[in-house]
Design a protein around this ligand. Structure first.
Ligand code: AMP
Length: 456
C-alpha cells in the first residue's frame, strides 16, 4: 500500500491530504498508519524529514472521528508532546492543514509566551493538544488542563526530549494519563535510555524502523573545510560570494556566536537573521517566515532553535562550528536534502574541533571529503596533514558536560539555558589532547550528571 487513497481514511481527511500535495506515502507513513488505525501502540525510529508528523497525526485525526469520546472542559482527547516550541508549532500547522475539513478543537501550548491565550484555548476542552512538557505541567499544576481523558498519546523526538532533560517531566505527565490509551512513540535514534522509556510507556508496540539516523547523511554531499578559528568569518564571506547558494542555514554552537555571525553577514550585505533561545518566540517566527519566503538568504541558528525547522529548498547547511554531539551533526545536515532532493553541507573545522570531526565520522561511518580550494588555511599546513594529525592523538571525543538541573522553579526555566549552549565550546569543555590528563572519560561520572531542563 503506497497511496493515501488506499488507506481507509475519511473523505475530508483524504481531501486535505491531497490539497497538501501528497499522493504517495513515505515509508514511515505506509508502515505506521495502518497499524495505528488498527489501534496498536507504535514505536517508530524515524527523524524529521521522513514524513513522521503525518504518520502519527493522520490516523489520530481519523480515530478521533470514529471515537466515542467527547470534548470536556479543560481536558484533551489526544496529546502530542514535542521537545521544542518550533517543532510544536510545526506539528500544529500540519495538523490544522490535515484536519481543516473537520471541526476539531486544536490547542498549542508552549513556554516563553503568555499563558493566557493558551488557558483560554483549553477551557472548552480540546480534541488535539500539542504541547512542550514544561508549560503543559505548569498549566496542569494550575488546574487549567487534566489529561485523564486522553485516548491517544504521541511522544515525538523522544531522544531529544531526554537530551534536553525532560525525562522527569515526561514521567510526571505520563503518570496522569489513563492506562487505557493508544501510545505512539517517535525517536530519531534508539539508545538504551530511550528504549527504556519506550518500554515503560508502551504496550505490545508494533515497531517501525526507518533508516537509522546516520544513514540520512548519505543523501547530503558533505565537505569539511579546515580553517583557523579566527578566519572562519572570512571563509564564510568567501563561500557566500557564490550566488548559487540561495538559501543557507548556518549553525553556531552558542547564541552569542549566532548573533555575531548574523551581524557580520549583515555588514557584508548578506541578508540574515539569527534564531536562538534568547530570542522571543515572535522574533524567531518572524525570522523563519522571512527565510521561508526568501526575504533573507541565510539563517543563523543554534541546534536547539533549529529543531523542527521545516523549510524546503535549503541548498546548503554550513557548520560554522562543529557540534560536540555527533548526532546533532546528522540533524543539522538533515535540514537540506529534504523530500528526495540533494543538498550540500560545509563544515568548518578548526584545530580544537578535530576530535568532534572524528566522532562525527565514526557515527556516520564515512570520511567527510576535504574541501581545500579556499584561501584560508593555516600557513604551512596542508589540509590533508591537518586531518591526519588527529590520528596520532588520543581520542578525547566524549559527551559534553551538562549543566546541573537548576530545577523547575528557576526563573529562566522557560528559556533554553544560555550556559548549555555556551558549555559546548570545545575550548572550554575539553582539555588539550596531549598529556596524562587525556585518560578515557569516566563513564560512571557521566552517569551521575543530570541534564538540565532547557526549554519548556
Ligand atoms: P516531517 O518528517 O513530518 O517533518 O515531514 C517532512 C516534510 O515532508 C514536510 O514538509 C511534509 O509536509 C512533507 N511530507 C510529509 N509526507 C509527505 C508525503 N507523503 N508526500 C510529500 N511530502 C510529504
Amino acid at each position: 500500500m503506497t497511496k493515501f487513497a488506499d488507506l481507509d481514511l475519511r473523505a475530508p481527511i483524504l481531501r486535505a491530504v491531497e490539497e497538501s500535495g501528497y499522493e504517495t506515502m513515505t515509508p514511515i507513513q505506509s508502515k505506521a498508519i495502518p497499524k495505528v488505525l488498527e489501534g496498536k501502540d507504535l514505536i517508530a525510529v524515524a527523524q524529521t524529514g521522513t514524513g513522521k508528523t503525518a504518520a502519527f497525526s493522520l490516523p489520530i485525526i481519523q480515530l478521533l472521528v470514529n471515537g466515542e469520546g467527547k470534548r470536556k472542559p479543560k481536558t484533551a482527547r489526544s496529546l502530542i508532546l514535542a521537545p521544542t516550541r518550533e517543532l510544536a508549532l510545526q506539528i500544529e500547522e500540519n495538523i490544522r492543514g490535515y484536519a481543516k475539513y473537520l471541526h476539531y478543537k486544536i490547542a498549542l501550548v508552549f513556554g516563553g509566551v503568555s499563558q493566557k491565550p493558551q488557558v483560554k484555548s483549553l477551557s472548552q476542552g480540546t480534541d488535539i493538544l500539542i504541547a512542550t512538557p514544561g508549560r503543559l505541567l505548569d498549566l496542569m499544576d494550575q488546574g487549567h488542563v487534566r489529561l485523564n481523558e486522553v485516548e491517544y498519546f504521541v511522544l515525538d523526538e523522544a531522544d531529544r526530549m531526554l537530551d534536553m532533560g525532560f525525562i522527569r517531566d515526561i514521567k510526571k505527565i505520563v503518570a496522569t494519563l489513563p492506562k487505557k490509551r493508544q501510545t505512539l512513540f517517535f525517536s530519531a535514534t534508539m539508545p538504551k535510555t530511550v528504549e527504556g522509556l519506550a518500554n515503560s510507556i508502551l504496550t505490545n508496540p508494533h515497531r517501525v524502523d526507518i533508516a537509522p539516523a546516520a544513514t540520512t547523511a548519505d543523501k547530503v554531499d558533505q565537505y569539511v573545510l579546515f580553517v583557523p578559528k579566527n578566519l572562519k568569518n572570512k571563509l564564510l564571506a568567501h563561500i557566500l560570494k557564490d550566488e548559487t547558494i540561495d538559501r543557507a542555514i548556518i549553525f553556531t554552537r552558542t547564541k552569542h556566536g549566532a548573533n555575531r555571525v548574523s551581524k557580520k553577514l549583515d555588514q557584508l550585505g548578506i541578508t540574515s537573521a539569527a534564531i536562538h533561545g534568547n530570542k522571543s518566540q515572535n522574533a524567531r517566527q518572524a525570522a523563519l517566515n522571512q527565510f521561508r519566503d526568501g526575504e533573507i538568504r541565510t539563517l543563523v541558528a543554534t541546534d536547539v532553535a533549529a529543531r523542527g525547522i521545516d523549510v524546503d529548498g535549503i541548498s546548503h547547511v554550513i557548520n560554522f562550528d562543529l557540534p560536540n554531539e555527533e548526532e546533532s551533526y546528522v540533524h543539522r545536515i538533515g535540514r537540506t536534502a529534504r523530500a528526495g532532493k540533494t543538498g550540500i553541507s560545509l563544515s568548518f573545522c578548526d584545530h580544537e574541533e578535530r576530535a568532534y570531526l572524528k566522532g562525527i565520522e565514526r557515527l556516520i561511518r564515512q570520511k567527510i571529503k576535504i574541501m581545500d580550494n579556499h584561501p584560508f588555511h593555516i600557513e604551512g599546513i596542508q589540509p590533508a596533514d591537518y586531518a591526519k594529525a588527529d590520528d596520532d592523538e588520543e581520542d578525547t571525543t566524549r559527551r559534553p558536560r551538562r549543566p546541573r538541573n537548576r530545577g523547575r522553579n528557576n526563573k529562566r526555566h522557560n528559556q533554553p539555558s544560555n550556559k548549555q549552549e555556551k558549555s559546548t565550546n570545545p575550548a572550554k569543555s575539553r582539555r588539550p589532547t596531549k598529556g596524562p590528563h587525556t585518560a578515557k572519560p569516566n563513564k560512571n561520572k557521566n552517569k551521575k550528571r543530570r541534564p538540565n531542563p532547557k526549554q519548556r
